[in-house]
Design a protein around this ligand. Structure first.
Ligand SMILES: [Mg+2]
Length: 209
C-alpha cells in the first residue's frame, strides 16, 4: 500500500449519505404506505418494511436509483461533508469505496449520480472505488456501517470504525455515533500511523470483537 499518506477508506451509503432516510421516503411511495408507518429502526435489507410481497429489495433499490435518483438526491449525514473537508485539509487521503454497482445494467446512472452528488456537496476525495471487496482496496482505516463489511474487514485485520446506525447495533467498537466522534478517532489513528504505533484496533481480538 502507498505509505506516503494516511488513507481513509470511506463507505458512502449510511456513512456519508443518509441512505436509510432517503430509502424510507422512496419506499413509502413505492409501497403506498405512510412514511411514518415505516420504522426508522431498520436492519440491513429493510425486512421491517414488508417489501418482499412487493418485489423485494433489489426491485425497490432499482426504482430508487433509476426513477428517483437516489444517489443524487440523498441528503448527507449531518456534518459528514464538512468533516471530510477538514480531514482532507489535515492531510488524510480520502478513498471512497462503495458497492453501488451491485445494481446491474445501471452502472452509468449509478456512477454519474454518485460523482455529481459528491461535487454538489463538495465532498473531497482522491480516489473512488466501486467495489464489493473493500479489503482489496488498501486503506489504513476504514469507516463503514454494514455489519457484513465490518466483520469481513476486521476478520482480515483491517482497522474499521463502525458508523452507528440501527443496522449495526451490537457490534463492538471502535464506533462513531457522529462525524465529530469519527473525526476524533481518525485523527488519533493518523497520529499513531505517523509514529508507527497504530494498533488500537489492528485485529478483531484487540478490538474486542
Ligand atoms: Mg454503507
Amino acid at each position: 500500500m502507498d505509505e506516503s499518506s494516511f488513507i481513509l477508506g470511506v463507505d458512502l451509503d449510511g456513512v456519508v449519505g443518509d441512505f436509510y432516510g432517503a430509502m424510507r421516503k422512496i419506499a413509502a411511495e413505492w409501497l403506498n404506505k405512510a412514511e411514518e408507518s415505516l420504522t426508522a429502526e431498520v436492519s440491513f435489507g429493510l425486512d421491517e418494511w414488508g417489501i418482499n410481497e412487493f418485489g423485494g429489495y433489489d426491485r425497490l433499490h432499482r426504482f430508487a436509483v433509476t426513477q428517483r435518483h437516489l444517489f443524487r438526491e440523498m441528503i448527507p449525514i449531518k456534518d459528514a461533508p464538512a468533516t471530510l473537508r477538514k480531514l482532507s485539509n489535515r492531510g488524510v487521503r480520502i478513498r471512497i469505496i462503495t458497492h453501488r454497482l451491485f445494481l446491474k445494467y445501471s452502472h452509468e446512472t449509478s456512477v454519474t449520480q454518485t460523482v455529481e452528488w459528491l461535487a454538489n456537496y463538495d465532498i473531497p476525495y482522491r480516489d473512488i472505488c466501486f467495489m464489493n471487496d473493500k479489503a482489496a482496496v488498501g486503506a489504513h482505516v476504514y469507516i463503514d456501517d454494514a455489519p457484513q463489511n465490518i466483520k469481513e474487514l476486521r476478520s482480515g485485520g483491517h482497522n474499521t470504525i463502525i458508523f452507528s446506525n440501527s443496522t449495526n447495533k451490537g457490534l463492538a467498537g471502535p464506533r462513531a455515533d457522529s462525524w465529530a466522534q469519527a473525526e476524533h478517532i481518525i485523527l488519533e489513528a493518523m497520529e499513531e500511523w505517523r509514529t508507527g504505533t497504530m494498533n488500537l484496533f489492528r485485529t478483531p481480538s484487540q478490538a474486542g470483537v
